[in-house]
Design a protein around this ligand. Sequence first.
Ligand SMILES: [Cu+2]
Length: 121
Amino acid sequence: MTSRVVLGLALVFTIVPIATAATPPTARLQVSADEFTLALSRSSIRKGLAVVELVNYGEDDHDLALRRVGGTMTYRIGVVHPGQTGSLEARLRSGRFALWCTLADHRGRGMRATLDVRSSG
Ligand SMILES: [Cu+2]
């Protein structure tokens, strides 16, 4: 009787971590835009499915482009008006990504950032 309960508990504690590891959560990143900065909510995320959100705290329109260094695919969030939010969902490979605003000369004025996408952890 007692050994059956102990065995049951052992199974529960063994199965839960495996199930969690099999379905990694979607990575989330928030990018705050202002004149003329891009601030990331975190400097790195895990590879795989990611939701990137652009929040425009400024007084001008802004957008966001995201490209893996050495890559050719550019992910984009279109123009976001002041006080508004835009987002994109993408499956990201590991590596370093460049983020920037493509409008006018915003990139050169400081609206750029880098994000590390990790292969694990
Ligand atoms: Cu901009």
